[in-house]
Design a protein around this ligand. Structure first.
Ligand code: ISE
Length: 335
């Protein structure tokens, strides 16, 4: 039998995930797609046999045959959709950010704790990227000694028209926040943000690029260059420096071409290309767990901690002052 999935949100990620469920992931099928823009939902269900389009998330979650819910709507719509799924005790894969603010993530955690078991996975797909996994293994094995720095670069070719200066932190750097917490197995304790004179390639009024500094509970420092209109491509790099060495991922040297007196390679233009394998693996693992009524991978706590760090980051960006991150106590379900 195949797992019936409702996809909430038929934008770029929702369409991408729905296609993935249809083609790359066995054991699952899309039965419902919801988007306030009904035409977009219809466009996505076209070619997916047996799937119906809805304009209302609640109707899609309650549709016949729905056994799990994949949420890819805009961040502010996530909480409501997650709570609808949890009311029906359905496993959830929710795109990042779990919720834009920590308060919403706390309400999700409360609902999950009432059920007494984990059903929510957050779509921090970098944890399923082969290069990130190798770096995590090396760090866990102590191969670099005690970590001192993570130097991160996060570049997009260009930002969508609706992108805001806050989103550089809450939509983009949120990935580094999760990656750093996961790689180091530490919490982020404080955030500082510096912004150079914006690139003239950035849309009017967008503070792009920015430098975000994260301090961790184990005394490490993470610096993140976020630059969402770099022009040349999609690039995510991370160099870990420890007491015993350093390791770097994301150089994209899969193939170096030498020809006509030059050498070089390609740069992916976008995250659906750079992280295609990670999205596949994330979805396969989620489907396998959801079929057993469970969840693994990044938790609602991880989504909450990331939201709390981003909230501190937005304060730091606005005030220019280093801002401490306040976290509640970690509930037993997430230990
Ligand atoms: C986008 O939402 C993502 O999640 C991408 O991974 C990130 O690179 C991009 O900056 C975000 O806007």
């Amino acid at each position: 039998s195949t797992l019936g999935i409702a996809v909430i949100g038929a934008g770029r990620m929702g369409a991408d995930h729905a296609r993935r469920i249809g083609r790359t992931v066995g054991g699952a099928r899309v039965v419902a797609v919801a988007d306030p823009d009904g035409d977009r939902a219809k466009e996505v269900v076209r070619g997916l046999e047996g799937a119906c389009a809805y304009t209302d998330a609640a109707a899609a979650v309650a549709a016949p045959g729905v056994e799990a819910v994949l949420i890819a709507s805009p961040g502010p719509a996530h909480e409501e959709a997650i709570l609808l799924a949890l009311e029906r005790e359905l496993p959830v894969l929710c795109e990042k950010p779990l919720t834009p603010e920590p308060a919403g993530a706390l309400r999700v955690m409360e609902a999950e704790q009432r059920l007494g078991r984990r059903l929510v996975q957050v779509g921090f797909m970098r944890r399923y990227d082969a290069e990130y996994e190798r770096l995590k293994e090396l760090l866990d094995a102590g191969g670099l000694g005690r970590p001192l720095f993570l130097h991160c670069r996060h570049r997009n070719a260009l930002s969508p028209s609706w992108f805001t200066s806050d989103m550089l932190i809450s939509d983009s750097v949120v990935h580094e926040v999760d990656a750093a917490r996961w790689l180091l197995d530490q919490e982020i304790t404080a955030v500082s943000v510096l912004s150079p004179t914006p690139s003239s390639a950035a849309p009017e009024g967008l503070r792009d690029p920015r430098l975000v500094l994260l301090e961790t509970s184990g005394g490490a420092i993470v610096d993140v260059e976020i630059f969402v209109n770099c022009g040349f491509g999609y690039q995510v790099q991370c160099e870990a420096v420890g007491e015993a060495g350093s390791a770097r991922i994301g150089d994209g040297h899969a193939m170096v071409v030498q020809s006509a007196g030059r050498w070089g390679g390609e740069i992916a233009q976008d995250f659906t290309v750079r992280f295609a394998d990670a999205y596949d693996r994330q979805l396969r693992r989620w489907v396998a767990q959801a079929a057993r009524g469970r969840a693994e991978g990044p938790t609602a706590w991880d989504g909450y901690a990331a939201a709390a760090v981003c909230e501190a980051g937005l304060t730091a960006a606005r005030t220019g002052v280093r801002t401490a991150v306040e976290l509640t106590e970690r509930p037993p379900l997430y230990r």
